[in-house]
Ligand binder design. Sequence first.
Ligand code: C2E
Ligand code: CA
Ligand code: CA
Ligand code: CA
Length: 281
Amino acid sequence: AKRDGRAHYQYFSPEMNVEMLARMHLEQRLRKAVKLSEFYLEYQPIIDMRSGAITSVEALIRWQDPEFGLISPEDFIPIAEETGLIDPLGEWILHQALTDLAQLHAQGLMISMAINVSGRQCINSKGISFYNVLKDALAEHAIAAKYIHIEITESILIEDKPQCLQILDAIKQLGVDIYLDDFGTGYSALSYLTQCPISVIKIDKSFIDKVLVNTSDKKLIKAIVMMAKNLDLPLVAEGVETVEQWDFLRDLGCDYAQGYLMSKPLSNIKLLAHLLQAKPF
Ligand code: C2E
Ligand code: CA
Ligand code: CA
Ligand code: CA
C-alpha cells in the first residue's frame, strides 16, 4: 500500500502541481474576463497576390490580463473550449467583429472578414447551432453573408459532433464561405476537402516557413498549390514574412497571402487608417 501511495505521490509531481494550479488560476481569470469582456480583436489584412489589394481581414482575439499581461489565444482558446466558455466568448467575438466590419462598410470600405470558429461552437450549450447564431448576428448587424467567412480546422470534423457537417452545409447555403485553416497540419485533410463545403484553403505557416530552406519542402508546397488548383480551390498562404517567400508563392500561383511582411494584426482604429491610405502591396 505504501508503494502505491508513493506512486500516487509521484504522479502529482511538484511541476505538475504548479502546472495544475496555474491552469486552474488561468481558468478562473478567463471566467472573469469573459464576464467582464476583457478582450479585444485585432485584424490582419489578407492580400490578393495578383492585384496587391487587401480583400479581407482575419479577426484575431486578444486578452490583456492585468496580472498575466497579454495571453496568447493559443493558450486560452483551448481552455475556453474545454470549459464551455467558448460559447459566450465566441458570441462576443462574432458581435465585436460584425460591429467593426459595419463601421468599415459605413466608410465605404467593402472588405470581407474572416472569423475563426472552433468545433465546440457548432452547437452551443443551449443546443443552438452556430448556423442560427450567425444568421441572427448578420441580420442584427445588417451585414450581407458574402462579407463574412469562417475559418475552421479539420479537427471540427474529426473530434466534434456529427451534426457539424450539416451545420457547415447550412452556413455555406447562407452565403458564408468556409475556409479550411492550418492546412497540412492535420491527418487526412484530403478526404475532408471533398466531404466538407470548403471554399478556400489556408496553407499553414509551418510550410511557408520552410519555403526557402530546402528543396523537398518547396516540392511539397508546389504539390499543395497544384492540388488546390485541380480542385478549383483558392489558396491563402499564412505567415508570409519575407519578399523571397512572397515571390516564390506568387510565382507558383498562390492566390492570397497574409503575414507580417504585409501587415501584422491591427487594432480596429489602425486598420481603418491602414485601409484608408492603403496602396496595393
Ligand atoms: P490561426 O487562425 O492560424 O491564426 C494565424 C496566427 O498566425 C495568428 O496568431 C497571427 O497573428 C499569426 N501570424 C500571421 N502572420 C504571421 C507572420 O508573418 N509571422 C508570425 N510569426 N505569425 C503570424 P494569433 O493571433 O496568436 O492566434 C493564434 C491562434 O489562436 C490562431 O491561429 C487561432 O487558432 C486561435 N485564435 C485566434 N483568434 C481566435 C478567435 O477569435 N477564435 C478562435 N476560435 N480561435 C482564435
Ligand atoms: Ca485562422
Ligand atoms: Ca491558420
Ligand atoms: Ca494556426
